[in-house]
Write a protein of this length. Structure first.
Lengths: 188, 335
């Protein structure tokens, strides 16, 4: 990973949960969220390649908002609700503040929780292969399945882990007393 | 651009194959080529690889807890401190003899994370117009509605949650041995394997049950008459004072009661005053209904934060106009 990749992983991806929540909040079609997010990421990555923005998350959300406006202008069928006012696409401070970078230990705790979310077979494969460091063949033998199945389970584990890990970001959203006073102050 | 899901699948297949035995230079070259082809490819790889690498650290954590068990003198509560001690010991071959313990520990880890014993209290809060969906440590799920605050204080014996304000939907992971109890005001709503919402209004609560059954315990007043009541799937309970009322709800009414989870407000023949009050929960600007407009009946679904759209509809469809009425207030008047 080069410098830009590193920046992306450390400054942008931790806000995936918040970004996803924002897209869900403002975009009517849930099936398009993953693709929209991908497009936001591509624009952010390319933009940052030209010039690294000073505050990553503001940049991220402003890119997201502009993308949605572009989409609305181009699409032939526009949800009335959204067309009615583009203000609906506004990024609230709540959207942005809904996240923070985790410490190493918090990260580990989250990974443990996420690991528990994997389907049983998938988790077993992951633990044997990745934690106990068995080879693919040994794992297959131990589980009584083909190597292709082990590979498939690992692919699945990798995707679920990434998804839950980044999106869980919004779950630990507000710290213990980041309650009303704080969010009131930051809003608008 | 190809779909994000397809690209992610391809990226994950590459990364898993790269860890296998048969990975050749030609494979590496083909992989590099694929990554360079599109920014979206590169991003998918960064996104997966970063977590994958972090997940390798679980090995460290498993090793440490295995070590604790093997020595028999260190309890789980100190394992977190050890994990922070650094990563130096991971590849030490002398620790190999610990593997049986490590494997046992890592399997246990999958279902009982080490740190969970520490049961830290957590707080989730949303601002006006906000919404949050998150899983809890036990696998239960929570949707938190606008302007709400929920404290989570799990212990080994009981899953306790305190709804400090607002409204939340709970999808409860079954565990009869460890009841799931929501405290709202002075009320307690207890579930065992259930999906339900609790809405706190002043000191009163509304409970809508979509699955299973909940038990509602009134505030402890010392009087014997304060008995718990039960509400089942398809019922709603309104608890005011000390006497909750349980009534059945139609499927449509339940959908409506839960529509906030999709960011929508759905009304079917509701008076404007009620509709305005609902909007007010989600928005800074507060709608006040003039007596001239109280007779207006509203049907339809709205995005909860789209007051503008709602006002436009009122103007066009009902001849109801909004005029500024003090700071942050709009008065709805019949023309």
């Amino acid at each position: 990973m080069d410098d830009l990749d590193q920046w992306f992983a450390e400054q942008i991806l931790p806000f995936e949960g918040a970004l996803t929540a924002y897209l869900r909040r403002v975009w009517p079609d849930a099936s398009e969220i993953a693709d929209l997010r991908q497009e936001v990421y591509v624009r952010v990555y390319q933009g940052a390649g030209r010039q690294r923005p000073p505050v990553a998350r503001f940049f991220l959300f402003s890119v997201a908002r502009h993308l949605l406006i572009d989409r609305l202008r181009k699409s032939r069928v526009v949800p009335i609700d959204l067309m009615a006012d583009l203000d609906a696409l506004n990024v609230l401070s709540d959207d942005i503040s809904a996240d923070r970078i985790l410490s190493g230990r918090q990260e580990l705790a989250r990974l443990e929780a996420v690991l528990g979310d994997l389907p049983a077979r998938c988790r077993e494969t992951f633990v044997l292969r990745r934690i106990d460091e068995l080879s693919q063949r040994e794992t297959a033998e131990k589980m009584g399945v083909s190597e292709a199945t082990v590979e498939k389970q690992m692919v699945k584990a990798m995707r679920i882990l990434a998804d839950r890990f980044w999106n869980a970001a919004s779950r630990s959203a507000q710290g213990a007393d980041d309650g009303k006073a704080d969010s009131d102050e930051k809003r608008r | 651009m190809k779909s994000a899901a397809d690209i992610e699948q391809t990226a994950a297949e590459w990364l898993v194959r790269r860890e296998g035995d048969g990975w050749s230079d030609a494979d590496q070259a083909a992989f590099d080529h694929w990554v360079a082809e599109e920014t979206a490819h590169r991003i998918a790889v960064i996104r997966l690889e970063t977590v994958w690498r972090k997940a390798g650290r679980l090995r460290v954590s498993a090793l440490r807890s295995g070590e604790a068990e093997a020595s028999g003198s260190v309890r789980a509560s100190t394992s977190s401190a050890r994990t922070e001690a650094g990563d130096g010991a991971v590849d030490n071959p002398r620790r190999r003899w610990l593997w049986p313990a490590v494997i046992a520990a890592s399997l246990a880890l999958a279902s009982v994370p080490i740190y969970r014993n520490l049961t830290a209290a957590e707080t989730y809060a949303t601002a006006v117009g906000g919404f949050q969906r998150f899983p809890l440590a036990d696998g239960s799920r929570v949707d938190l509605n606008t302007n709400s605050r929920l404290d989570i204080a799990y212990t080994k014996a009981v899953r306790r949650l305190d709804l400090e304000r607002g409204e939340a939907f709970f999808k409860v992971a079954k565990n009869p041995a460890r009841p799931f109890v929501v405290h709202a005001g002075a009320w307690r709503v207890t579930a065992v394997g259930t999906a339900f919402t609790v809405k706190l209004r002043g000191g009163d609560i509304d409970v809508v049950v979509t699955e299973g059954r909940v038990r509602i315990d009134p505030p402890a007043t010392g009087s014997a008459s304060a008995r718990p009541i039960f509400a089942s799937a398809g019922q709603a309970a309104t608890a005011t004072g000390a006497a909750p009322i349980v009534r059945p709800l139609s499927a449509a009414a339940i959908d409506m009661a839960l529509s906030w989870r999709d960011g929508l407000l759905i009304f079917e023949g509701r008076p404007l005053g009620e509709v305005a009050a609902e909007f007010n929960r989600y928005n800074q600007v507060q709608l006040v209904v003039d007596p001239s407009a109280t007779g207006v009946i509203v049907d339809g679904s709205f995005r909860a934060t789209n007051v503008e759209g709602f006002l436009r509809l009122l103007r066009r469809g009902f001849d109801v106009q909004s005029v500024r009425d003090g700071p942050g207030e709009l008065l709805l008047k019949k023309i």
